[in-house]
Design a protein around this ligand. Structure first.
Ligand code: GLC
Length: 698
């Protein structure tokens, strides 16, 4: 059941696409929401937020891309899309805003606060037993989703917010990225060294330096003299190039996009009607008004320049939007700095000085100084801030529909808001090569899935700071399960392509596992997307009556058959794993090299050497695997081996399609694999077993 309440005069974010009747908005005198039947949930006076009382063992899930654990209790979070590369525990906001929570206690219900303005979620920070949500402004929709359990609530929420984005199948392959591979030869070298070392690879990412002076929708002709030809050359080797697109458009005379945008009035303006000027990678830029339908259509149409050259995937960046400085504030700071020149910078003035210089980036005042045209109305940016990245990615998604209606195009974004999950995926932003960020990656996966973001993953190996061989390897051992599997790092950090390290065979083995698991992972992704389900679930979502499972935050279920327990500590040779039921453990070094053991429900310390991945299969569940390949195209999905833990016999619905079409008819694309209690394939109309145990499609 879904209840919708309206306070003030909220803006339509188009996060929810299902029409829902408005419930009587005025709460009863004691603040209880009409029709909700929930006594624990109370509106604050004047509607400026609400509180919810929590019992000792209640769990609060959600908030998508955020710091800290899967259970969000014990901190205060803020919804404000932020360009912050240091995801430490003291932070409150990251790049995306996902105002969806599930309170799992005596009553189990979901809450979605739909407003693009700042929201503060004090989840047991001020008072451990109180969830206190407050808004920057009293204009918002509040959705209450009631259901039997968290999975049910997620499904309902996803139903009203629309289907999750589905990328082309090649985007499930391994991607190598770096800020930046500067020219054709460097990209060729990356591909060659992967191929040479039998490390599968499907894509190479092009960071900002492929452009001419960081101008969107241009290519540097000196470093990529024949871009279309080069994209073709790569395709022949099974590689897709994935260029980055930034939010800011460089101010440069003669640059067509700048000139067209200025002429047509498509950039964000200040109060006085002149264009707002910010500074990002190219120096001074204007921001296209992504919220203005016409400007959005115009910006989206520009992807054609690259699509026409054979590009089939993009990543949208800097779209919080990040502001290194605004022209106006920078000038003010320069003026004020004069005063400090002759000062002895002492305890009183040094920090003042430092704060002044720091105030140039992402300054809240700057976000209040430009405007959008949204549905014909002039709106100050801070009132719609959290929609900018969503609408930039929507610009691309809508354009792909117009330009290439038949084809799936890879798209993922840095900033996001719920609703954007219909147009693209997200990556988890600029993490660091820190072990704690490997754990954070585990935590974010289910939280993002709840909010509809299925195509997601972190920069494997870590973006900032220097990676080590062991960190990269352990991170890849998680990354082989995440839909977006990309190794990415910042300029100036240690090179971290797998081939930079010594244990080449181990890297080849682990990344190879991804290609083996692809039939299962792709099938599970597609079913989750089609049925509005999660791919990564906390144990507590499935083992509802298991009080231990509720506490586990470093193991996840991946699809219906697998549980993972990644090792995320430096120098660990194994880890403690909780099995909520008997399971079959696979300790895997490569597709050809794994050992197994049936393990009983309960706690175990399980050995896992640096190059060993732990995977657990649930009883009477199956995992179809292929023999791998150098890229997704090479994976033979019609000749499979079935891993499983059979007690009474098992059945698996395998979803398969050609990987680029958009007809996601589940009946048409699904076949059933049935194993008897003895582990033999029960012949169906689709599959037959070969003497070597492999099953092949008839
Ligand atoms: C931002 C992105 C990062 C990219 C860099 C340069 O920091 O988050 O992924 O490499 O910009 O474009």
């Amino acid at each position: 059941m879904i209840l919708k309440y309206c306070y003030g005069n909220p803006l339509e974010t188009e996060a929810v696409i299902e029409k829902i009747r408005l419930t009587e908005s005025v709460p009863a005198e004691d603040g209880v929401l009409p029709e909700s039947g929930l006594d624990c949930l109370k509106m604050k006076e004047g509607g400026c937020g609400f509180t919810c009382s929590l019992s000792e063992n209640d769990i609060v899930y959600g908030l998508g891309q955020q710091i800290r654990g899967i259970n969000k209790r014990g901190w205060v979070y803020e919804s404000w899309c932020s360009d912050d590369p240091d995801h430490t525990e003291n932070k409150r906001s990251l790049y995306g805003v996902h105002n969806f929570l599930i309170i799992d206690g005596k009553e189990c219900f979901g809450i979605f606060v739909d407003t693009p303005q700042r929201v503060r979620f004090d989840i047991g920070y001020t008072d451990r037993d109180i969830l206190d949500v407050s808004m920057a402004a009293n204009d918002y929709y509040l959705y209450l989703i009631k259901g039997d359990d968290p999975e049910n609530i997620v499904k309902e929420f996803r139903r009203i917010t629309g289907k999750s984005y589905i990328p082309p199948k090649w985007a499930f392959g391994y991607g190598q990225s770096r800020w930046s591979y500067r020219d054709e030869d460097e990209v060729r070298e990356v591909v060659r060294r992967h191929r040479e070392n039998n490390i599968p690879l499907d894509s190479v990412y092009l960071d900002i330096d492929y452009m001419e002076r960081y101008k969107d929708f241009t290519v540097n002709e000196e470093t990529f003299p024949d871009f279309a030809g080069f994209a073709e050359e790569m395709r022949e080797q099974g590689i897709h190039l994935v260029p980055i697109i930034d939010a800011g458009v460089k101010i440069e005379e003669g640059y067509d996009i700048y000139e067209e945008g200025t002429e047509k009035g498509y950039f964000c303006r200040k109060e006085d009607g002149t264009y707002f000027t910010a500074g990002v990678w190219p120096g001074r830029v204007h921001f296209p008004d992504m919220l203005n339908d016409e400007a959005r259509e115009w910006f989206g149409s520009k992807y054609k320049f690259l699509l026409d050259q054979g590009i089939e995937g993009f990543w949208n960046d800097m779209n919080e939007p990040a502001i290194f400085y605004s022209e106006d504030h920078l000038n003010e700071v320069f003026e004020q700095l004069e005063e400090y020149k002759d000062k002895n910078l002492d305890v009183n003035t040094f920090f003042e000085f430092q704060d002044l210089v720091r105030s140039i980036a992402n300054n809240p005042e700057d976000y209040r100084s430009f405007y959008h045209q949204y549905k014909g109305e002039k709106i100050r940016h801070d009132k719609v801030h959290n929609l900018f990245g969503y609408y930039m990615t929507r610009a691309a998604g809508e354009a792909f529909e117009r330009l290439m209606p038949e084809k799936r195009i890879l798209m993922f974004s840095r900033s996001s808001y719920i609703g954007m999950h219909r147009y693209g995926g997200i990556w988890m932003g600029d993490n660091h090569s820190w072990w704690s960020h490997l754990l954070l990656n585990i935590h974010m996966l289910p939280s993002l899935n709840m909010c509809g973001f299925l195509y997601t993953g972190a920069d494997l190996g870590g973006f900032g700071s220097d990676a080590t061989e062991d960190l990269l390897m352990r991170w890849l051992e998680l990354g082989i399960f995440t839909p977006l599997m990309r190794n990415h790092s910042a300029s100036g950090t240690r090179r971290q392509e797998a081939y930079q390290f010594k244990k080449l065979e181990s890297f080849a083995g682990i990344i190879g596992l991804r290609y083996g698991l692809l039939p299962y992972l792709y099938s599970e992704y597609m079913k989750a997307a089609i049925k509005d389900e999660m791919l990564f679930r906390p144990l507590s979502f499935v083992y509802r009556d298991d009080s231990q499972a509720k506490l586990v935050e470093d193991q996840l279920l991946v699809g219906e058959s697998i549980m993972i327990a990644p090792v995320y500590e430096q120098n660990a040779q194994g880890r403690c794993v909780y099995l909520p039921e008997d399971m079959k453990m696979y300790r895997m070094r490569s597709l050809e090299d794994m050992d197994t053991e049936i393990m009983e429900k309960g706690y175990h310390y399980i050995q896992a050497k640096l190059d060993e991945v732990l995977m657990f299969i649930r009883p009477d569940h199956l995992v179809p695997v292929s023999s791998g390949g150098r890229c997704v195209e090479e994976v033979d999905e019609n000749r499979l081996r079935v891993l499983g833990y059979i007690k009474d016999g098992a059945e698996y619905e395998l979803y398969q399609d050609n990987g680029y079409e958009k007809d996601y008819n589940i009946q048409r694309h699904t076949s059933v694999i049935v194993l008897t209690p003895g582990g033999q394939l029960e012949e169906t109309s689709c599959w037959k077993q070969m003497p070597d145990g492999m099953i092949v499609k008839k």
